[in-house]
Ligand binder design. Structure first.
Ligand SMILES: [Zn+2]
Length: 486
């Protein structure tokens, strides 16, 4: 354990190169080529027209106090098309909430749900809220529409439909509600409906003044318990309930078909075949020589049984690798799912593995991943989890980074104790390869994360810790489900 520390200073210089999450703007034009391949889904223009006609902006934006507004930015570049049946095509448009306070924008975290617009052909639009299933505040399956519940509000007639998703399969969720012949809510449900069911849904908000962040949570459908408080800087932040939302179900209406679910841990690890991909990673832009260099690096990375396991899960992510001579730091660019390295870095397994782990975190966290880019809240969670995955996964390999190398503030009291506790944690995961077998793991992880906040290299460790951001990628890799020859 002590020998490890000798490497810190010599390896420190390497850290400077491997700083990673960039925050590029996403104003990429929509790729029209995408539409040519499909039969006759509505055009982007038609959907944007429908979006504008429905006045969605005004209907879903809201204010949380006199000076703070939440706006939803439609992510048109992330529009996904689903063919439901011969006559029905769904288009799913993710919505990104942004807080506006005075002239500043503030970070909005949707703790346990995602919002989107679902277009049915180019005729009907639904406002969708997908709530992840949680146990003790931990989301077990971060894949969208995989394990959780979905509500769809028909924006034309005001009717709401509820669904339950289990392993990516959606079905109608039976809800208990109050039956009535009169409308209970201000819902715009049309008068042709004779019998209604009214269901109350509860949403919660908290504003952390210290970090300037807003958090939202939804209670599971049909429940309204206050969630437990969250950490906000040096204090705790308590949730307050926003106005309860009455959702109205017209008993005679038929529910639209549930959108097709994704993710789950189907986990068969199929490679996205065809094209110039290497284990599911698109390397088509590389020269022949760069490809050779990369293949050697990838083979080295796959010598880590855990990282090989991770790459199998990552093979459906659509990860791309680009070698760019001009590139100064290895980066993972979230909006194009691309790792960019220069021709030296492409030979460095530690650099490439570092960015691959970020790609895997992106796959698991989903569309809010970029909320945790460098300097933003939760970046420390991302980098700490990444470091821990890499330290455990590369144990014993020639190219492993020194365990504890990112702990750099040795002038602070308690430094050695903190590093030793971290190294112990690494060794315990190496020994079991299964997080669920480690007693008090969550507490030890949280303590180590807090220590890293105090003693870690400033470029990784100085951002606000988000207690709601769980190490899902770590737990997915070290779940005891893979066998490695020792
Ligand atoms: Zn990084």
């Amino acid at each position: 354990m002590k020998v490890i520390k000798l490497f810190w200073y010599t390896r420190l210089i390497l850290i400077v190169f491997s700083c990673c999450l960039t925050f590029l703007s996403c104003n990429k034009d929509f790729d029209n080529a995408y539409w040519i391949k499909v039969q006759n889904p509505p055009t982007l223009k038609e959907l944007q027209g429908l979006y504008d006609n429905l006045n969605l902006e005004d209907r879903i934006n809201f204010e949380i106090d006199d000076s703070t507004f939440i706006r939803y930015k439609p992510e048109w570049s992330d529009l996904k098309v689903q063919f439901i049946n011969d006559s029905t095509i769904y288009s799913i448009l993710p919505l990104l909430p942004v807080g506006i306070r005075g002239r500043e924008t503030i970070v909005v975290n949707l703790s346990n749900y995602r919002e989107f617009i679902l277009f049915e052909n180019n005729e009907v639009a639904y406002y969708g809220k997908y709530i992840y299933q949680e146990t003790d505040g931990i989301i077990h399956d971060p894949a969208f529409l995989s394990n959780g519940t979905l509500s769809l509000d028909n924006l034309l007639n005001g009717n709401t439909s509820f669904y339950s998703y289990i392993n990516g399969k959606g079905s109608k969720l039976p809800v208990a509600g109050q039956r009535s012949a009169n409308k209970m809510s201000s819902s715009a449900l049309s008068s042709e409906c004779a019998e209604y069911l009214t269901v109350m849904t509860c949403d919660w908000t908290t504003y952390c003044h210290e970090t300037g962040q807003v958090f939202f949570r939804l209670s599971p459908v049909g429940t309204c318990l206050p969630p437990s408080e969250i950490r906000c800087g040096n204090t705790w932040s308590y949730w307050t309930q926003r106005a309860p939302v009455m959702q109205t179900i017209c008993v005679k209406y038929e529910d639209p078909a549930p959108p097709i679910g994704g993710g789950g841990d189907g986990g068969s690890g199929e490679n996205g075949g065809g094209g110039d991909t290497q284990g599911g990673i698109d390397i088509s832009s590389l020269t022949e020589e760069e490809k050779m260099l990369y293949e050697e690096t990838e083979n080295e990375i796959r010598e880590s049984c855990a990282l090989n396991h991770m790459l199998q899960k990552l093979s459906t992510h659509g990860l791309k690798l680009i070698v760019d001579r001009q590139s100064g730091n290895p980066v993972y660019v979230f909006n194009t799912k691309t790792i960019i390295v220069n021709e030296y870095m492409v030979t460095r397994s530690d650099f490439v593995a570092h960015e691959m782990i970020h790609a895997f975190q992106h796959q698991n966290i989903g569309s809010t991943f970029h909320h945790h880019a460098q300097g933003l809240p939760g970046n420390i969670n991302i980098e700490f989890e990444r470091m821990l995955i890499q330290d455990v996964a590369t144990n014993g390999l020639e190219w492993a980074q020194s365990v504890g190398v990112y702990f750099t503030r040795s002038d602070r009291d308690g430094f050695n104790f903190a590093v030793d506790a971290y190294i112990d944690l690494v060794e315990d995961i190496i020994a079991t390869k299964d997080i669920s077998l480690i007693p008090n793991f969550d507490i030890r992880y949280r303590d180590a994360l807090q220590s890293f906040n105090r003693y870690g290299h400033p470029s990784y460790a100085d951002s606000q810790i988000l207690t709601t951001l769980q190490p899902v990628s770590l737990k997915m890799i070290f779940d005891g489900s893979y066998n490695c020859p020792e």
